[in-house]
Write a protein that binds this ligand. Structure first.
Ligand code: PLP
Length: 427
């Protein structure tokens, strides 16, 4: 069977198997554009609508159950319905919520984050990773009195900070300059040109949405060096990568940025973001100081995120759990690499974050990526049919609920896909 025919058959089977999801999508489209309020979740012919979740499993409206390998794009680190998170949220609800005043949990959560992440001397909370990055950039431009921000190809720092293939119309109007991720020579020339006005260097230590491409440690070390030399603030966006160790990639690599942004699972699966870093930089937000800068936000200290975040980090994700998760991901990728050997599949990633691409490899920077929309769609539909939920773009983020049993079953499923792979045709 050719690739086109295999894809047609997979789409037809998906549509036939999921009438309730199709109906839910059509109903939603009456009031949400395309039935959607989070673009990443959309795929053709229509996305599944989930009815419930427990542990590492999701159940859709048509009653199919899937192993959840996506883990809500890293936000679902604790899996679904974890009793510790549920207990923390219920206890917070028992105390009432939305105080319009300080609560006890925000200081506890701040303390545990500052203990774990080497760069965090002081931290503030937001409602999302996007907002955390917006605030980190605004902090950098205010602190330095400069306006240029260096970002990298393939980077995603939020819904208004996206640096994929083409210029993104919703991006906030900072003076962005873009260099190729992992390319020291190109980065050097961009920094040389903009050194005098450089406020910030914003970088994901592993490109997440951009395809799970780890930064070369030498590349990050170079950014550290140039930030010191130019006076720009080095900001690690660890919204996804904070899971790589108890103290994120900065701890793993021993490279300390000036500022860090967090989000996703760090709020225990509730809405969350955080930005923080050097005390001399963050001091601008100290309301006891004359001339301080105001940073408001109705839900910055919402009790559910504060309580769930603290319980998750302290009870479910101690350093040993972070190490074990990292190692499980590394073992899984090694096995998937072996299955992919000699095929069109190329796995990239680090620790518990992985993405499948379609060759040729190796892939170390966005410029190595080749679009393969038909194979990508076929892989996604095939994995759903085999009972595995992952991102349409091929991303996986293991939760703490994923065990060897699910990893073994997923390796079998990928081996099955490879064995059935239709005749390769250039797309
Ligand atoms: N930064 C990175 C690296 C991300 O992956 C994301 C989201 O995927 C964000 C920032 C934005 O976070 P949020 O979706 O919470 O706004």
């Amino acid at each position: 069977m050719t690739l086109d025919k295999a894809l047609d058959a997979a789409r037809a089977r998906f549509a036939e198997d999921n009438p309730a999801s199709r109906a839910a999508h059509e109903e939603a489209a009456a009031h949400l554009p395309g039935g959607n309020t989070r673009t990443t979740l959309f795929y053709q012919p229509f996305p599944l609508t989930m009815a419930s979740a427990d542990g590492c499993r999701l159940t859709d409206l048509d009653g199919h159950t899937y192993v959840d390998l996506l883990g809500d794009y890293t936000a679902g680190l604790y899996g679904h319905n974890n009793p510790v998170i549920r207990g923390a949220v219920e206890a917070a609800l028992d105390g009432g919520w939305n105080y319009g005043a300080h609560g006890p949990d925000e200081a506890r959560l701040a303390a545990v984050l500052c203990e774990r992440f080497p760069s965090l001397e002081l931290v503030r909370f937001t409602n999302s990773g996007t907002e955390a990055n917006l605030l980190a950039l605004a902090t950098a431009t205010t602190h330095t009195g400069r306006g240029t921000v260096l970002v990298f190809t393939g980077a995603y720092h939020g819904s208004v900070l996206s640096f994929g293939d083409s210029a993104f119309p919703l991006n906030v109007p900072h003076r962005f300059v873009v260099a190729e991720y992992n390319d020291v020579a190109e980065t050097a020339s961009v920094i040389d040109r903009h050194a005098a006005d450089l406020a910030a260097i914003l970088v994901e230590p592993v490109l997440g949405s951009g395809g799970c491409l780890p930064a070369d440690p030498a590349f990050l070390a170079y950014l550290r060096e140039r930030a010191d030399e130019t006076g720009a603030l080095l900001i690690f966006d660890e919204v996804m990568t904070s899971r790589m160790s108890a103290g994120g990639m900065q701890e793993l690599l021993g490279i300390t940025p000036d500022m860090t942004t967090l989000g996703k699972y760090t709020g225990g699966g509730m809405t969350f973001g955080a930005f923080g870093g050097r005390a001399d930089v963050m001091a601008m937000y100290d309301p006891r100081r004359p001339g301080h800068v105001a940073h408001a936000g109705t839900f910055n200290n919402n009790v559910l995120s504060m309580a769930a975040g603290y319980a998750g980090l302290t009870e479910l994700f101690p350093p040993s759990a972070a190490r074990a998760l990292f190692e499980r991901g590394e073992r899984l990728r090694t096995r998937l690499d072996a299955i992919a050997d000699g095929t069109a599949l190329v796995w990239t990633g680090l620790g518990s974050m992985l993405t499948v691409h379609f060759g040729p490899g190796p892939i170390t920077s966005p410029r190595d990526l080749r679009p393969a929309p038909a194979l990508r769609e076929l892989f996604h539909l095939d994995m759903l049919a085999r009972g595995f939920h992952l991102a349409r773009r091929g991303m996986i983020a293991l939760s703490l609920e994923i065990t060897d049993t699910e990893c073994d079953a997923f390796c079998d499923a990928v081996a099955g896909f490879v064995a059935d792979l239709p005749a390769q045709r250039p797309e």
